[in-house]
Design a protein. Structure first.
Length: 64
């Protein structure tokens, strides 16, 4: 598993402990002061430390 994820990638994982939309994930990560770094490559943006998530993420993603 990767150590760093974009907000979209975290939303796409559909983890039980995280919001399901990119904008809500960003708000959640900012509110909980999750460690971030600038993403390299085209488009830039931020990526967030998976280990820094405030609630232990569920290993099982939700299915819709």
């Amino acid at each position: 598993m990767k150590k760093w994820y974009s907000a979209q990638e975290l939303a796409d994982l559909r983890l039980n402990s995280l919001p399901k939309s990119k904008s809500n994930v960003i708000n959640f990560l900012k509110k909980n002061e999750v460690v971030s770094q600038k993403r390299t490559g085209k488009g830039g943006g931020l990526e967030y430390a998976f280990d820094g998530l405030p609630h232990p993420p569920s290993a099982v993603a939700t299915q819709s």
